[in-house]
Design a protein around this ligand. Structure first.
Ligand code: AMP
Ligand code: MG
Length: 481
């Protein structure tokens, strides 16, 4: 008897060329690592049932729930600027969609669930390390208020997967507003399958932009969502690390926590990913890469925007160029809040840029510096080897704060609400992974607990605020593949 889950099958109702219908491949010995109780309940699922033997069997791909129409999704994508017409879910299976308590649909997907027709040379599996990483990072991003795919569960498989060396295998259950990517549109556009692009536009409008009447409206919706998303990343020092077009969503959620990292010492050229040799996806490059990706989406939709090609190019270009203003506005809003400013004044963005400018020169920890503003300028000052430039800036900041009518006594609370004390620091993530590899998930659970309240002081967990000591520092991150 397999369990019944009231999945809806919207993506599965699309024509055959959108997906390959298939079930996950069973694993040797599934064992539970974690179920996200709160998210499970929001999806109408009973966390205790998910934690039962039956539930774990489903989360490992050993049993397919009644009501599920499992499938692998087709997509393409530009990877580091080079187009690959055929990517697709090579190690993931969409089980179906569920209605979240907020009224919107969510995809429920297993990642690491075995080979599919899209696996190319891959084994279809996921190693435990990257699964723990995605769980920690995506839930941390959610708690930080950033649109993101979520972690519903993680299980070990009792099997080994061969990476640089044999590693324990795991399956991750990902929840997303949808898994539509820029690359999904590119898949069909590259084949000249206009009918499919049209169906995809209709699907995406229904799911993400009920107000959008045309393909152009949808494009503009994606552009607006991505502008806000990237501004939020910038405000947290988040570096995605692999902003390929198959890793950019239509929903505006962050997806694919491979080699991503939260920057410690601030510098716009920071790169962590071992595969990003030329810094294509460096922290400071993210907005311009977003524009590049959105131009690919616009290109894929072009024939639907206007039958007259020149006119289509004109309006699509204008829409993509609109990113700049949307992004600047979102960035200014994020950094105004980070500086505790209430009103919106012309010099505010420059004030933020000025601070970042001398932070970059001084190698100051991004998260500590902004959080420090809530504790007093002396706390921030102490982070600088030569604080003179900061002192000058702090004077200007105080003068600017005095121009706001807002109550000065709430300044510290405002700053704390905009500047997290806790981010998933790379060495803490690494510590949780290393323990997990020995079968000890206590550090993983402890880290998740702290990261659920990133803006709270949590004095008992103050150690998690500290940047890595030199010997702990993680200078490079690796893809999950
Ligand atoms: P990612 O780097 O996770 O964004 O994946 C890029 C592409 O490679 C996608 O088509 C994945 O499905 C595929 N892929 C990644 N890892 C594997 C794997 N272990 N087995 C099969 N396909 C994979
Ligand atoms: Mg991907």
């Amino acid at each position: 008897m397999s369990m019944h889950i009231p999945f809806e099958a919207h993506y599965a109702a699309l024509p055959d060329r959108f997906h390959a219908r298939m079930a996950p491949t069973p694993v040797a010995a599934p064992a539970l690592i974690a179920v996200n109780h709160r998210l499970a309940r929001e999806l109408g699922l009973d966390p205790e049932v998910l934690e039962s033997a039956e539930g774990v069997a489903m989360l490992a791909g050993n049993a397919v729930a009644e009501g599920s129409s499992p499938l692998a999704q087709a997509y393409a994508g530009h990877q580091f600027g080079g187009f690959n017409p055929q990517l697709g879910d090579g190690r993931a299976i969409l089980l179906g969609e569920l209605r979240h308590a907020d009224g919107h649909l969510r995809d429920i997907q297993l990642k690491g669930s075995g080979p599919t027709p899209f696996s190319r040379r891959g084994d279809g599996r996921a190693a435990l390390g990257p699964v723990l990483r995605e769980y920690i990072l995506s839930e941390a991003m959610h708690a930080l208020g950033v649109p993101t795919t979520r972690a519903l569960a993680a299980v070990t498989t009792g099997e080994r997967v061969l990476r640089e060396q044999p590693m324990p295998g795991a399956v991750f259950t990902r929840v997303a507003s949808s898994h539509l990517r820029v690359g999904t549109f590119q898949f069909f556009a590259a084949r000249g399958d206009l009918e499919a692009v049209e169906q995809l536009v209709a699907f995406a409008r229904a799911r993400h932009d009920p107000g959008a009447e045309t393909a152009l409206d949808l494009l503009k919706g994606v552009i607006a969502r991505q502008a806000r998303l990237i501004a939020q990343w910038m405000g947290l020092g988040f570096i995605h690390g692999v902003m390929n077009t198959d890793n950019m969503t239509i929903s505006g959620e962050t997806i694919d926590y491979g080699p991503c990292a939260f920057m410690e010492a601030y510098h716009p050229e920071t790169v962590y990913s071992s595969i990003d040799q030329f810094g294509r996806y460096a922290y400071g490059k993210q907005p311009e890469i977003a524009v590049w990706n959105l131009a690919q989406l616009a290109t894929a939709m072009l024939p639907l925007i206007d039958p007259d090609k020149d006119r289509a190019i004109d309006v699509a270009t204008e829409a993509v160029q609109g990113f700049a203003d949307l992004y600047q506005a979102a960035w200014a809003e994020v950094f105004r809040a980070k500086l505790g400013l209430i009103s919106d004044k012309p010099g505010d963005a420059a004030l933020a840029h000025d601070l970042l400018g001398h932070m970059a020169g001084a190698g100051v920890d991004f998260t500590l510096a902004f959080r420090g503003l809530a504790e007093g300028v002396d706390v921030v000052r102490a982070l600088y080897p030569e604080p003179e430039r900061f002192d000058g800036w702090a004077e200007g900041w105080r003068a600017r704060l005095a121009e706001d009518a807002g109550p000065a006594e709430t300044l510290s609370a405002r700053l704390k609400a905009a500047n997290p004390a806790y981010i998933p620091r790379n060495h803490r993530v690494e510590e949780a992974i290393q323990a997990g590899l020995t079968g000890d998930f206590a550090p993983f659970h402890a880290l998740n607990t702290v990261l659920q309240q990133p803006f709270a002081d949590q004095p008992e967990h103050a150690a998690y605020q500290a940047p890595a000591r030199p010997e702990e520092a993680v200078r490079e991150t690796f893809c999950g593949t």
